[in-house]
Ligand binder design. Structure first.
Ligand code: SAM
Length: 254
């Protein structure tokens, strides 16, 4: 156990308090904590949440957490892999929080997004590079499929960065805290939309025309680009999620 589970514990009390504030708890919320680790943040959250479910994969840490919270009936420790726990087991809305293990950050985020309608807010601590991708503006280097996915389901804000020295053991990189308020777009054909978005970003340097023509044919892509006032040279990274949805609707199904 250890490094391969992404175990970098937040040792700074100041940053723990700032994260707790970012959760905006009023005492009534159900919180899902991903990777509680040694339980310092867990203890702070437990004081302010109505109910807390903490999912920790490491059996040693999970056993210690069970002992730590044995007398608090509002805290439940689940020893499991967060990628395997059913996320619809608790009455919605749930507030999700985690100082995410870096080796599975993307799969965890995707799983949270897929279940976004179960949550009201997601607050995560991730590598700064991931935080920048989540909160990127169209037309910038960091803007990509992860950004579009996050913006499809949530309204994203990067709150603050945390230096390596705040963790034990010290990671190589900066981290950042990101707040995502759930606000899913209502779109019939969500799965088809994401298939199209994935293709649109398949080769980032290529135009939408080049990335989409195989599935849709040149003529349809040309007509759809025209219908939503995009140039034939447009690239996926220039499109806000709203524009990407417009393009999807103009294209129809492949
Ligand atoms: N929350 C603690 C903190 O902020 O100090 C620990 C955060 S540490 C970055 C990530 C935690 O996630 C570790 O405790 C690790 O054991 C746990 N973890 C790693 N993979 C996991 C998984 N698949 N499911 C649940 N927890 C996992």
């Amino acid at each position: 156990m250890g490094a391969h589970l992404g175990q970098h514990f937040l040792a700074s009390e100041g940053y723990r308090k700032r994260i707790l504030d970012a959760l905006r708890l009023t005492g009534r919320e159900t919180v899902l904590e991903i990777g509680p680790g040694r339980g310092e943040l867990t203890a702070l959250i437990a004081e302010r949440a109505g109910r807390l479910i903490a999912v920790e994969i490491d059996p040693v840490l999970a056993a210690r957490l069970r002992e730590q919270f044995v007398e608090n009936p509002r805290v439940e420790i689940v020893q499991a892999d967060i990628l395997r726990v059913p996320l619809d087991a608790w009455p919605a809305p749930v507030r999700a929080f985690g100082n995410l293990p870096y080796y599975i950050t993307s799969p965890i985020l995707l799983r949270l997004f897929e279940n976004a309608r179960r949550f009201d807010r997601i607050v995560v601590m991730v590598q700064q590079e991931v935080a920048e991708r989540l909160s990127a503006q169209p037309g910038t280097r960091d803007y990509g499929l992860l950004t579009v996915t996050a913006n499809f389901y949530t309204s994203v804000r990067m709150l603050f960065t945390i230096p390596p020295g705040a963790f034990q053991p010290r990671p190589k990189i900066f981290s950042a805290v990101v707040e995502m308020k759930i606000a899913p777009k209502e779109l019939a054909g969500e799965k088809a939309f994401f298939r199209m978005a994935k293709e649109a970003f398949a080769q980032k340097r290529k135009t939408l025309m080049n990335n989409l023509k195989q599935s849709y044919g040149t003529d349809r892509v040309k007509a759809a680009l025209g219908a939503v006032a995009l140039k034939e040279t447009a690239r996926a990274e220039e499109l806000s999620v709203e524009k990407m949805i417009e393009l999807f609707l103009a294209l129809g199904l492949p």
